[in-house]
Write a protein that binds this ligand. Structure first.
Ligand code: TXE
Length: 483
Protein backbone atom coordinates (compact mmCIF):
# COMPACT_ATOMS: atom_id res chain seq x y z
CA UNK A 1 0.00 0.00 0.00
CA UNK A 2 1.44 3.38 -0.96
CA UNK A 3 1.68 5.99 1.77
CA UNK A 4 -0.01 9.29 0.79
CA UNK A 5 1.71 12.60 1.42
CA UNK A 6 -0.42 15.39 2.89
CA UNK A 7 1.19 18.72 2.10
CA UNK A 8 0.36 22.26 3.17
CA UNK A 9 -1.86 24.56 1.13
CA UNK A 10 -0.38 28.04 1.03
CA UNK A 11 -1.11 30.88 -1.36
CA UNK A 12 -3.22 28.66 -3.60
CA UNK A 13 -0.61 25.91 -3.96
CA UNK A 14 0.04 22.56 -2.32
CA UNK A 15 3.60 22.71 -0.98
CA UNK A 16 6.12 20.79 1.10
CA UNK A 17 6.99 22.04 4.59
CA UNK A 18 10.16 24.18 4.72
CA UNK A 19 11.94 21.53 6.81
CA UNK A 20 10.83 18.72 4.43
CA UNK A 21 9.97 16.78 7.60
CA UNK A 22 6.82 14.65 7.83
CA UNK A 23 4.84 12.92 10.59
CA UNK A 24 3.16 9.53 10.32
CA UNK A 25 -0.61 9.39 10.17
CA UNK A 26 -2.28 6.22 11.44
CA UNK A 27 -5.61 4.58 10.57
CA UNK A 28 -7.22 3.94 13.99
CA UNK A 29 -9.24 0.94 12.74
CA UNK A 30 -6.06 -0.99 11.92
CA UNK A 31 -3.23 0.74 13.79
CA UNK A 32 -1.31 1.03 10.48
CA UNK A 33 0.44 4.09 9.06
CA UNK A 34 -1.30 5.08 5.83
CA UNK A 35 -0.18 8.64 5.16
CA UNK A 36 2.32 11.24 6.28
CA UNK A 37 1.64 14.88 6.93
CA UNK A 38 3.76 17.99 6.72
CA UNK A 39 5.53 18.65 10.04
CA UNK A 40 5.37 22.42 9.64
CA UNK A 41 7.21 24.97 11.72
CA UNK A 42 7.39 28.75 12.17
CA UNK A 43 8.75 29.22 8.61
CA UNK A 44 5.66 27.64 7.08
CA UNK A 45 3.43 29.67 9.37
CA UNK A 46 5.23 32.87 8.31
CA UNK A 47 4.74 31.90 4.68
CA UNK A 48 1.02 31.24 5.21
CA UNK A 49 0.41 34.40 7.25
CA UNK A 50 2.20 36.49 4.60
CA UNK A 51 -0.04 34.97 1.92
CA UNK A 52 -3.14 35.67 4.05
CA UNK A 53 -2.01 39.24 4.66
CA UNK A 54 -1.43 39.86 0.94
CA UNK A 55 -4.83 38.41 0.02
CA UNK A 56 -6.72 40.37 2.69
CA UNK A 57 -7.32 43.74 0.95
CA UNK A 58 -8.91 42.20 -2.15
CA UNK A 59 -10.94 39.58 -0.26
CA UNK A 60 -12.23 41.92 2.44
CA UNK A 61 -13.42 44.46 -0.14
CA UNK A 62 -14.95 41.92 -2.50
CA UNK A 63 -18.74 42.41 -2.49
CA UNK A 64 -20.35 40.07 0.05
CA UNK A 65 -22.33 38.50 -2.78
CA UNK A 66 -19.10 37.35 -4.44
CA UNK A 67 -17.57 36.04 -1.21
CA UNK A 68 -20.82 34.17 -0.73
CA UNK A 69 -20.52 32.64 -4.20
CA UNK A 70 -17.00 31.38 -3.45
CA UNK A 71 -18.23 29.67 -0.29
CA UNK A 72 -21.07 28.09 -2.27
CA UNK A 73 -18.58 26.84 -4.86
CA UNK A 74 -16.51 25.23 -2.12
CA UNK A 75 -19.67 23.68 -0.66
CA UNK A 76 -20.57 22.34 -4.13
CA UNK A 77 -17.10 20.82 -4.48
CA UNK A 78 -17.48 19.02 -1.13
CA UNK A 79 -20.99 17.86 -2.05
CA UNK A 80 -19.72 16.53 -5.40
CA UNK A 81 -17.07 14.50 -3.53
CA UNK A 82 -19.28 13.51 -0.60
CA UNK A 83 -18.55 9.78 -0.73
CA UNK A 84 -14.77 9.99 -1.11
CA UNK A 85 -14.58 12.56 1.69
CA UNK A 86 -16.73 10.36 3.94
CA UNK A 87 -14.45 7.38 3.24
CA UNK A 88 -11.43 9.55 4.05
CA UNK A 89 -12.94 10.86 7.30
CA UNK A 90 -13.89 7.39 8.45
CA UNK A 91 -10.41 6.04 7.67
CA UNK A 92 -8.64 8.93 9.41
CA UNK A 93 -10.74 9.00 12.59
CA UNK A 94 -12.03 5.43 13.05
CA UNK A 95 -15.64 6.65 13.00
CA UNK A 96 -18.33 4.53 11.27
CA UNK A 97 -18.71 5.34 7.59
CA UNK A 98 -22.44 6.01 8.09
CA UNK A 99 -21.67 8.71 10.64
CA UNK A 100 -19.06 10.28 8.37
CA UNK A 101 -21.56 10.32 5.50
CA UNK A 102 -24.64 11.52 7.36
CA UNK A 103 -23.07 13.84 9.89
CA UNK A 104 -19.50 14.95 9.19
CA UNK A 105 -19.45 15.59 5.46
CA UNK A 106 -23.06 16.69 5.26
CA UNK A 107 -22.42 19.22 8.01
CA UNK A 108 -19.29 20.54 6.24
CA UNK A 109 -21.47 21.33 3.21
CA UNK A 110 -24.16 22.85 5.46
CA UNK A 111 -21.62 25.02 7.32
CA UNK A 112 -20.30 26.55 4.11
CA UNK A 113 -23.78 27.11 2.66
CA UNK A 114 -25.08 28.57 5.93
CA UNK A 115 -22.28 31.15 6.18
CA UNK A 116 -22.44 31.85 2.44
CA UNK A 117 -25.96 33.10 3.20
CA UNK A 118 -24.79 34.86 6.37
CA UNK A 119 -22.31 36.89 4.30
CA UNK A 120 -25.20 38.51 2.43
CA UNK A 121 -27.50 38.82 5.49
CA UNK A 122 -25.08 40.28 8.04
CA UNK A 123 -25.92 43.81 9.12
CA UNK A 124 -25.04 46.25 11.87
CA UNK A 125 -26.85 48.75 14.07
CA UNK A 126 -27.59 52.44 13.87
CA UNK A 127 -28.82 54.68 16.67
CA UNK A 128 -30.63 57.92 15.96
CA UNK A 129 -29.43 59.79 19.07
CA UNK A 130 -31.47 62.96 18.59
CA UNK A 131 -32.83 64.90 15.68
CA UNK A 132 -29.38 65.96 14.44
CA UNK A 133 -27.11 63.11 15.58
CA UNK A 134 -26.85 59.58 14.31
CA UNK A 135 -24.55 56.74 15.34
CA UNK A 136 -23.87 53.80 13.12
CA UNK A 137 -21.69 50.81 13.86
CA UNK A 138 -19.39 49.31 11.29
CA UNK A 139 -18.37 45.66 11.58
CA UNK A 140 -15.16 45.31 9.65
CA UNK A 141 -13.09 42.25 8.82
CA UNK A 142 -10.05 41.81 11.04
CA UNK A 143 -7.27 40.59 8.73
CA UNK A 144 -5.55 37.18 8.80
CA UNK A 145 -7.11 34.96 11.47
CA UNK A 146 -6.19 31.52 12.89
CA UNK A 147 -8.62 28.59 12.93
CA UNK A 148 -7.40 25.65 15.01
CA UNK A 149 -9.51 22.51 14.99
CA UNK A 150 -9.48 19.12 16.77
CA UNK A 151 -9.62 15.48 15.69
CA UNK A 152 -13.10 14.34 16.69
CA UNK A 153 -15.08 16.01 13.87
CA UNK A 154 -12.27 17.11 11.55
CA UNK A 155 -13.88 18.58 8.41
CA UNK A 156 -17.09 19.48 10.25
CA UNK A 157 -15.30 21.68 12.82
CA UNK A 158 -12.73 23.06 10.38
CA UNK A 159 -15.51 24.34 8.10
CA UNK A 160 -17.51 25.57 11.13
CA UNK A 161 -14.61 28.00 11.74
CA UNK A 162 -13.32 28.91 8.30
CA UNK A 163 -16.80 29.56 6.85
CA UNK A 164 -17.76 32.50 9.12
CA UNK A 165 -14.19 33.83 9.08
CA UNK A 166 -14.19 33.96 5.28
CA UNK A 167 -17.80 35.12 5.02
CA UNK A 168 -16.99 38.12 7.21
CA UNK A 169 -14.12 39.06 4.90
CA UNK A 170 -11.09 37.72 6.77
CA UNK A 171 -8.33 35.61 5.33
CA UNK A 172 -7.50 32.39 7.17
CA UNK A 173 -4.60 30.26 8.25
CA UNK A 174 -6.07 26.96 9.45
CA UNK A 175 -4.23 24.34 11.49
CA UNK A 176 -6.13 21.02 11.54
CA UNK A 177 -5.36 18.39 14.15
CA UNK A 178 -2.18 16.45 13.40
CA UNK A 179 -4.08 13.30 14.40
CA UNK A 180 -6.69 13.66 11.62
CA UNK A 181 -5.33 15.83 8.78
CA UNK A 182 -6.69 13.91 5.79
CA UNK A 183 -9.96 15.69 4.90
CA UNK A 184 -8.36 19.11 5.42
CA UNK A 185 -5.79 18.07 2.83
CA UNK A 186 -8.57 16.92 0.47
CA UNK A 187 -10.34 20.25 1.02
CA UNK A 188 -7.12 22.00 -0.04
CA UNK A 189 -7.08 19.89 -3.20
CA UNK A 190 -10.66 20.99 -3.90
CA UNK A 191 -9.64 24.63 -3.42
CA UNK A 192 -6.94 24.12 -6.04
CA UNK A 193 -9.45 22.44 -8.38
CA UNK A 194 -11.94 25.32 -8.19
CA UNK A 195 -9.24 28.05 -8.30
CA UNK A 196 -10.18 29.40 -4.91
CA UNK A 197 -8.49 32.83 -4.64
CA UNK A 198 -4.85 32.28 -3.55
CA UNK A 199 -3.95 33.21 0.02
CA UNK A 200 -7.56 33.60 1.18
CA UNK A 201 -7.55 30.18 2.84
CA UNK A 202 -4.27 28.54 3.85
CA UNK A 203 -4.01 25.15 5.58
CA UNK A 204 -0.83 24.31 7.49
CA UNK A 205 -0.33 20.86 8.99
CA UNK A 206 1.78 19.93 11.97
CA UNK A 207 1.83 19.60 15.73
CA UNK A 208 0.13 21.93 18.15
CA UNK A 209 3.32 22.65 20.04
CA UNK A 210 5.24 23.66 16.89
CA UNK A 211 2.92 24.83 14.10
CA UNK A 212 -0.06 25.66 16.37
CA UNK A 213 1.97 27.71 18.84
CA UNK A 214 3.78 29.60 16.02
CA UNK A 215 0.39 30.42 14.49
CA UNK A 216 -1.37 31.67 17.61
CA UNK A 217 1.53 33.87 18.71
CA UNK A 218 2.17 35.29 15.22
CA UNK A 219 1.96 39.08 15.54
CA UNK A 220 -0.05 39.50 12.32
CA UNK A 221 -2.79 37.09 13.42
CA UNK A 222 -5.72 39.18 14.62
CA UNK A 223 -8.03 36.52 16.05
CA UNK A 224 -7.87 32.90 17.15
CA UNK A 225 -10.79 30.52 16.93
CA UNK A 226 -9.90 27.32 18.77
CA UNK A 227 -11.68 24.06 19.52
CA UNK A 228 -9.88 21.43 21.56
CA UNK A 229 -8.89 20.45 25.08
CA UNK A 230 -9.32 22.83 28.02
CA UNK A 231 -5.61 22.64 28.90
CA UNK A 232 -4.62 23.65 25.37
CA UNK A 233 -7.15 26.49 25.41
CA UNK A 234 -5.63 27.80 28.64
CA UNK A 235 -2.10 27.46 27.20
CA UNK A 236 -3.13 29.52 24.15
CA UNK A 237 -4.69 32.21 26.35
CA UNK A 238 -1.47 32.45 28.34
CA UNK A 239 0.77 32.41 25.25
CA UNK A 240 -0.99 35.39 23.67
CA UNK A 241 -1.51 37.39 26.85
CA UNK A 242 -0.77 41.03 26.09
CA UNK A 243 -1.06 40.58 22.30
CA UNK A 244 -4.66 41.91 22.25
CA UNK A 245 -6.06 39.28 19.92
CA UNK A 246 -9.67 38.26 19.83
CA UNK A 247 -9.98 34.69 21.14
CA UNK A 248 -12.85 32.24 20.94
CA UNK A 249 -12.40 28.98 22.85
CA UNK A 250 -14.64 25.94 22.51
CA UNK A 251 -13.26 23.46 25.02
CA UNK A 252 -14.24 20.28 26.78
CA UNK A 253 -17.40 19.20 28.53
CA UNK A 254 -18.70 16.80 31.16
CA UNK A 255 -22.32 17.15 30.29
CA UNK A 256 -25.21 16.14 32.54
CA UNK A 257 -28.04 14.09 31.02
CA UNK A 258 -30.93 14.36 33.47
CA UNK A 259 -33.87 11.94 33.36
CA UNK A 260 -37.00 12.42 35.49
CA UNK A 261 -39.49 9.61 36.03
CA UNK A 262 -42.14 11.64 34.19
CA UNK A 263 -40.47 11.41 30.78
CA UNK A 264 -40.87 9.54 27.52
CA UNK A 265 -38.88 6.58 28.85
CA UNK A 266 -38.14 4.88 25.53
CA UNK A 267 -37.02 8.10 23.89
CA UNK A 268 -34.88 9.02 26.90
CA UNK A 269 -33.08 5.66 26.93
CA UNK A 270 -32.48 5.69 23.18
CA UNK A 271 -31.12 9.23 23.29
CA UNK A 272 -29.01 8.62 26.41
CA UNK A 273 -27.32 5.79 24.54
CA UNK A 274 -26.77 7.92 21.45
CA UNK A 275 -25.59 10.83 23.55
CA UNK A 276 -23.05 8.77 25.50
CA UNK A 277 -21.65 6.67 22.66
CA UNK A 278 -21.96 8.52 19.33
CA UNK A 279 -18.56 8.83 17.66
CA UNK A 280 -17.27 6.47 20.39
CA UNK A 281 -18.09 9.13 22.99
CA UNK A 282 -15.68 11.57 21.39
CA UNK A 283 -17.94 14.60 21.02
CA UNK A 284 -17.64 17.55 23.38
CA UNK A 285 -21.46 17.52 23.72
CA UNK A 286 -21.74 13.86 24.76
CA UNK A 287 -23.84 13.23 27.86
CA UNK A 288 -21.23 11.63 30.08
CA UNK A 289 -22.90 12.09 33.50
CA UNK A 290 -26.33 10.47 33.44
CA UNK A 291 -28.63 11.30 36.37
CA UNK A 292 -31.80 9.22 36.69
CA UNK A 293 -34.65 9.78 39.17
CA UNK A 294 -34.45 6.98 41.72
CA UNK A 295 -37.98 5.62 40.95
CA UNK A 296 -36.86 4.51 37.49
CA UNK A 297 -33.11 4.11 38.08
CA UNK A 298 -32.85 0.27 37.98
CA UNK A 299 -35.20 0.01 35.02
CA UNK A 300 -33.30 2.74 33.15
CA UNK A 301 -29.86 1.16 33.63
CA UNK A 302 -31.21 -2.22 32.47
CA UNK A 303 -32.84 -0.61 29.41
CA UNK A 304 -29.64 1.23 28.56
CA UNK A 305 -27.59 -1.96 28.73
CA UNK A 306 -30.14 -3.60 26.43
CA UNK A 307 -29.77 -0.71 23.95
CA UNK A 308 -25.97 -0.87 24.20
CA UNK A 309 -26.13 -4.58 23.32
CA UNK A 310 -27.65 -3.56 19.96
CA UNK A 311 -24.64 -1.39 19.05
CA UNK A 312 -22.63 -3.14 16.38
CA UNK A 313 -18.93 -2.62 17.05
CA UNK A 314 -16.44 -3.24 14.28
CA UNK A 315 -14.70 -2.10 11.14
CA UNK A 316 -15.69 1.54 10.49
CA UNK A 317 -15.78 0.78 6.75
CA UNK A 318 -18.71 -1.61 7.29
CA UNK A 319 -21.93 0.36 6.62
CA UNK A 320 -23.82 -1.66 9.25
CA UNK A 321 -21.39 -0.75 12.05
CA UNK A 322 -22.54 1.79 14.68
CA UNK A 323 -19.40 2.02 16.75
CA UNK A 324 -15.84 2.15 15.43
CA UNK A 325 -12.36 2.72 16.83
CA UNK A 326 -11.05 5.42 19.14
CA UNK A 327 -8.86 8.00 17.45
CA UNK A 328 -5.38 6.94 18.59
CA UNK A 329 -3.41 4.52 20.74
CA UNK A 330 -2.62 7.36 23.16
CA UNK A 331 -6.26 8.33 23.46
CA UNK A 332 -7.33 4.70 23.96
CA UNK A 333 -4.74 4.38 26.75
CA UNK A 334 -6.07 7.58 28.35
CA UNK A 335 -9.66 6.34 28.31
CA UNK A 336 -8.61 2.90 29.62
CA UNK A 337 -6.74 4.58 32.46
CA UNK A 338 -10.02 6.26 33.47
CA UNK A 339 -11.73 2.85 33.63
CA UNK A 340 -9.03 1.70 36.05
CA UNK A 341 -9.40 4.92 38.01
CA UNK A 342 -13.17 4.49 38.22
CA UNK A 343 -12.70 0.98 39.65
CA UNK A 344 -10.26 2.27 42.23
CA UNK A 345 -12.78 4.96 43.16
CA UNK A 346 -15.37 2.27 43.93
CA UNK A 347 -17.26 2.26 40.62
CA UNK A 348 -18.84 -0.79 38.99
CA UNK A 349 -18.19 -1.15 35.25
CA UNK A 350 -21.14 -2.41 33.17
CA UNK A 351 -20.98 -3.35 29.52
CA UNK A 352 -23.16 -5.36 27.16
CA UNK A 353 -20.33 -6.69 24.99
CA UNK A 354 -18.39 -9.64 26.41
CA UNK A 355 -15.93 -9.74 23.50
CA UNK A 356 -15.24 -7.47 20.59
CA UNK A 357 -15.12 -10.09 17.77
CA UNK A 358 -13.11 -7.97 15.35
CA UNK A 359 -12.17 -8.92 11.79
CA UNK A 360 -8.52 -9.69 10.98
CA UNK A 361 -8.00 -6.24 9.49
CA UNK A 362 -8.95 -4.64 12.80
CA UNK A 363 -6.93 -6.82 15.19
CA UNK A 364 -4.50 -3.99 15.95
CA UNK A 365 -7.06 -1.17 15.95
CA UNK A 366 -7.99 1.01 18.94
CA UNK A 367 -11.28 -0.45 20.10
CA UNK A 368 -13.02 -0.23 23.45
CA UNK A 369 -16.41 -1.50 24.56
CA UNK A 370 -19.03 1.10 25.49
CA UNK A 371 -19.21 1.16 29.28
CA UNK A 372 -21.48 2.51 32.00
CA UNK A 373 -20.12 3.14 35.48
CA UNK A 374 -22.36 3.05 38.53
CA UNK A 375 -21.74 3.53 42.23
CA UNK A 376 -19.53 6.62 42.04
CA UNK A 377 -19.65 9.74 44.14
CA UNK A 378 -20.09 13.01 42.22
CA UNK A 379 -16.87 14.49 43.59
CA UNK A 380 -14.56 11.70 42.38
CA UNK A 381 -12.21 12.35 39.44
CA UNK A 382 -14.16 10.03 37.11
CA UNK A 383 -17.16 12.32 37.56
CA UNK A 384 -15.22 15.57 37.43
CA UNK A 385 -12.76 15.10 34.54
CA UNK A 386 -13.51 14.84 30.84
CA UNK A 387 -12.84 11.27 29.66
CA UNK A 388 -13.89 11.85 26.03
CA UNK A 389 -14.51 8.19 25.25
CA UNK A 390 -17.34 5.62 25.27
CA UNK A 391 -17.78 5.86 29.02
CA UNK A 392 -20.64 7.40 30.99
CA UNK A 393 -21.38 7.40 34.69
CA UNK A 394 -24.92 6.85 36.01
CA UNK A 395 -26.22 8.14 39.34
CA UNK A 396 -29.68 8.33 40.90
CA UNK A 397 -31.35 11.40 42.41
CA UNK A 398 -34.48 12.09 44.45
CA UNK A 399 -35.38 15.71 43.82
CA UNK A 400 -35.02 18.55 41.35
CA UNK A 401 -32.89 20.58 43.77
CA UNK A 402 -30.57 17.62 44.35
CA UNK A 403 -30.02 16.98 40.64
CA UNK A 404 -29.43 20.68 39.96
CA UNK A 405 -26.70 20.67 42.58
CA UNK A 406 -25.15 17.52 41.12
CA UNK A 407 -25.32 18.84 37.55
CA UNK A 408 -23.63 22.12 38.47
CA UNK A 409 -20.97 20.42 40.59
CA UNK A 410 -18.50 20.41 37.69
CA UNK A 411 -15.69 22.61 36.43
CA UNK A 412 -17.31 22.40 32.97
CA UNK A 413 -20.44 24.11 31.62
CA UNK A 414 -20.93 23.18 27.99
CA UNK A 415 -24.24 21.37 27.45
CA UNK A 416 -27.07 19.70 29.36
CA UNK A 417 -29.97 17.48 28.33
CA UNK A 418 -33.12 17.39 30.51
CA UNK A 419 -35.86 14.78 30.14
CA UNK A 420 -39.19 15.64 31.71
CA UNK A 421 -42.84 16.09 30.75
CA UNK A 422 -43.20 18.81 33.40
CA UNK A 423 -42.86 22.11 31.58
CA UNK A 424 -42.27 24.17 34.73
CA UNK A 425 -39.50 21.84 35.81
CA UNK A 426 -37.91 22.09 32.36
CA UNK A 427 -37.91 25.90 32.41
CA UNK A 428 -36.70 26.10 36.01
CA UNK A 429 -33.75 23.78 35.37
CA UNK A 430 -32.92 25.36 32.02
CA UNK A 431 -32.62 28.71 33.80
CA UNK A 432 -30.53 27.45 36.73
CA UNK A 433 -28.23 24.98 35.07
CA UNK A 434 -24.69 26.16 34.35
CA UNK A 435 -24.33 25.32 30.66
CA UNK A 436 -24.13 27.28 27.42
CA UNK A 437 -26.52 24.88 25.67
CA UNK A 438 -29.59 23.20 27.19
CA UNK A 439 -31.64 20.60 25.36
CA UNK A 440 -35.05 19.58 26.71
CA UNK A 441 -36.37 16.19 25.61
CA UNK A 442 -33.73 16.06 22.88
CA UNK A 443 -29.97 16.05 22.38
CA UNK A 444 -27.77 17.48 19.62
CA UNK A 445 -30.71 19.04 17.80
CA UNK A 446 -28.95 21.91 16.08
CA UNK A 447 -30.04 25.12 14.42
CA UNK A 448 -26.92 26.78 13.03
CA UNK A 449 -28.30 30.24 13.88
CA UNK A 450 -28.17 29.60 17.64
CA UNK A 451 -25.21 30.53 19.90
CA UNK A 452 -22.93 27.56 20.44
CA UNK A 453 -20.36 27.24 23.23
CA UNK A 454 -19.90 26.86 26.94
CA UNK A 455 -19.22 28.57 30.23
CA UNK A 456 -16.72 27.84 33.04
CA UNK A 457 -13.89 25.54 31.84
CA UNK A 458 -15.84 24.79 28.64
CA UNK A 459 -14.76 27.96 26.95
CA UNK A 460 -15.14 31.57 26.14
CA UNK A 461 -17.33 33.21 23.51
CA UNK A 462 -19.94 31.63 21.26
CA UNK A 463 -19.85 30.27 17.73
CA UNK A 464 -22.79 29.92 15.36
CA UNK A 465 -24.97 32.30 13.39
CA UNK A 466 -24.30 36.02 13.61
CA UNK A 467 -22.33 35.49 16.86
CA UNK A 468 -19.59 33.95 14.74
CA UNK A 469 -19.79 36.80 12.24
CA UNK A 470 -19.52 39.28 15.12
CA UNK A 471 -16.50 37.45 16.54
CA UNK A 472 -14.71 37.65 13.20
CA UNK A 473 -15.29 41.41 12.85
CA UNK A 474 -14.16 44.52 14.68
CA UNK A 475 -16.85 47.01 15.70
CA UNK A 476 -16.36 50.67 15.02
CA UNK A 477 -18.92 53.24 16.06
CA UNK A 478 -19.28 56.35 13.93
CA UNK A 479 -21.13 59.31 15.44
CA UNK A 480 -22.27 62.06 13.05
CA UNK A 481 -23.73 65.41 13.93
CA UNK A 482 -25.24 67.45 11.14
CA UNK A 483 -26.96 70.81 10.77
O1 TXE B 1 -6.42 18.13 21.88
P1 TXE B 1 -5.61 19.46 21.72
P2 TXE B 1 -5.88 16.67 22.15
C1 TXE B 1 -10.32 17.13 24.75
C2 TXE B 1 -10.41 15.67 25.11
C3 TXE B 1 -9.07 15.17 24.77
C4 TXE B 1 -8.22 16.35 25.18
C5 TXE B 1 -6.89 16.43 24.51
O2 TXE B 1 -10.63 15.52 26.49
O3 TXE B 1 -8.73 14.02 25.47
O4 TXE B 1 -8.97 17.46 24.78
O5 TXE B 1 -7.01 16.18 23.14
C6 TXE B 1 -3.76 22.16 18.52
N1 TXE B 1 -0.99 26.05 20.43
N2 TXE B 1 -10.83 17.43 23.43
O6 TXE B 1 -4.59 16.66 22.88
O7 TXE B 1 -4.17 19.25 22.01
C7 TXE B 1 -3.68 20.72 18.07
O8 TXE B 1 -2.62 20.55 17.16
C8 TXE B 1 -1.84 26.04 19.38
C9 TXE B 1 -12.08 18.12 23.40
O9 TXE B 1 -5.88 15.95 20.91
O10 TXE B 1 -6.35 20.48 22.45
C10 TXE B 1 -5.05 20.53 17.46
O11 TXE B 1 -5.10 21.10 16.16
N3 TXE B 1 -2.49 24.92 18.99
C11 TXE B 1 -12.39 18.64 22.09
C12 TXE B 1 -5.94 21.33 18.41
O12 TXE B 1 -5.07 22.24 19.06
C13 TXE B 1 -2.31 23.79 19.70
C14 TXE B 1 -11.93 17.97 20.89
C15 TXE B 1 -6.66 20.49 19.48
O13 TXE B 1 -5.71 19.68 20.13
C16 TXE B 1 -1.44 23.76 20.82
C17 TXE B 1 -10.63 17.34 21.06
C18 TXE B 1 -0.77 24.95 21.17
N4 TXE B 1 0.06 25.03 22.23
C19 TXE B 1 -10.16 17.08 22.31
N5 TXE B 1 -1.46 22.51 21.32
C20 TXE B 1 -13.69 19.35 21.92
N6 TXE B 1 -13.88 20.43 22.66
O14 TXE B 1 -14.49 18.98 21.09
C21 TXE B 1 -2.29 21.78 20.56
N7 TXE B 1 -2.81 22.54 19.57
Amino acid sequence: MSVKTLNNYINGTLCEPASKQYLNNIEPATGQVYSRLANSDAKDIDHAVDAAETAFPAWSTLPAEQRSRWLQRLADAIADNHESLAQAESKDTGKPIQLARNVDIQRAVDNLRFFAHAATQFSSESHATDSRTINYTLRQALGPVACISPWNLPLYLLTWKIAPALAAGNTVVAKPSEITPYTAYLLAQLCVDIDFPPGVLNIVHGTGKQAGAALTSHPKIKAISFTGGTQTGTAIQQAVLGQHKKISLELGGKNPFIVFAACDFEQAVTTACRSAFSNQGQICLCGSRIYVEHKIYEEFVAAMLAKMAQLKIGDPQDPTVDFGALVSAQHLAKVQSYLELAKSEGGTLLTSHKTLNLSDRCQHGYYLKPTLITGLDSRCRSNQEEIFGPVATVQSFSSQSEVLKLANDSPYGLAASIWTQNINQAHQLATDIEAGIVWVNCWLTRDLRTPFGGMKASGMGREGGFEAMRFFTEMKNVCIQYK
